[in-house]
Design a binder for this molecule. Structure first.
Ligand SMILES: Nc1ncnc2c1ncn2[C@@H]1O[C@H](COP(=O)(O)OP(=O)(O)OP(=O)(O)O)[C@@H](O)[C@H]1O
Ligand SMILES: [Mg+2]
Length: 208
């Protein structure tokens, strides 16, 4: 069982959005996934309630109960992937999630402000000696040059996943408890999320 965490101290970077759609793409690729909302804001709760009927288990867990819950879930065997969505404010609760993770995806929006704001997140992850990758999220499909600049800036600080553009499929999917690969399976958002999942899976499988 692998534990994948979405973390970033920058609010609105896309943790919950990407966690939901990556979970669905992973499930479609054969994983038995559980999505855990650790954010007291409960952003994924409504999505999760709608989702429950469609094959992905959803849990809202208090951060204090996480270590125990993961240990218990490992014993069940039926779960191959746990996806943790965390709060945008770091502290002991998010540390607990980071420590439990095999890999952490750090969504970053392509602006100078957001690129700078990623630094404390990375420092915390590195202090805890966890593996992570950036994912450039909500890029403008029209301004490719800006995306390339932002990718180059991120590459200076760590490994970088395939980027995800700003697309309405994400908003439509969230509203109906779906992933983008379900709401528009042939869309560009779906292709990007599949690429993100495949990249992330490969990262989790390498032990180095
Ligand atoms: N790739 C995208 N395309 C379109 N909209 C997006 C994309 N990524 C995120 N959004 C939108 O941006 C907003 C913030 O995203 P989200 O809630 O996932 O961020 P977050 O990192 O979880 O924030 P918080 O730190 O508050 O939990 C949401 O309204 C979401 O629909
Ligand atoms: Mg969130």
């Amino acid at each position: 069982m692998k534990v994948l965490c979405f973390a970033s101290q920058k609010g609105g970077s896309g943790k919950s959005t990407l966690a939901a759609s990556v979970a669905v793409a992973a499930q479609q690729a054969g994983e038995r996934a559980v999505v855990v909302d650790l954010d007291p804001q409960g952003s994924l709760a409504e999505w999760g309630r709608t989702r429950e009927a469609k094959g992905i288990i959803f849990r809202e867990i208090q951060p204090a109960a996480l270590v125990r819950w993961i240990a218990d879930t490992r014993k069940i065997k039926g779960v191959s992937l746990v996806i943790l969505d965390t709060a945008g404010t770091f502290g002991p609760e998010v540390d607990t999630a980071l420590k439990q993770s095999d890999f952490i995806l750090v969504p970053v929006r392509p602006s100078a402000l957001d690129l700078r704001a990623a630094r404390p997140t990375v420092e915390r992850i590195e202090a805890l000696k966890r593996r992570f990758g950036f994912v450039l999220n909500a890029t403008n499909p029209v301004t490719q040059g800006r995306t390339a600049d932002a990718l180059a800036a991120l590459e200076a600080g760590g490994v970088v996943a395939p980027p995800v553009a700003d697309r309405t499929d994400f908003r439509d999917a969230a509203a109906s408890g779906l992933g983008v690969t379900e709401i528009n399976p042939t869309g560009k958002a779906a292709a990007e999320i599949v690429a993100l999942w495949e990249w992330t899976k490969a990262q989790m499988e390498t032990t180095a």
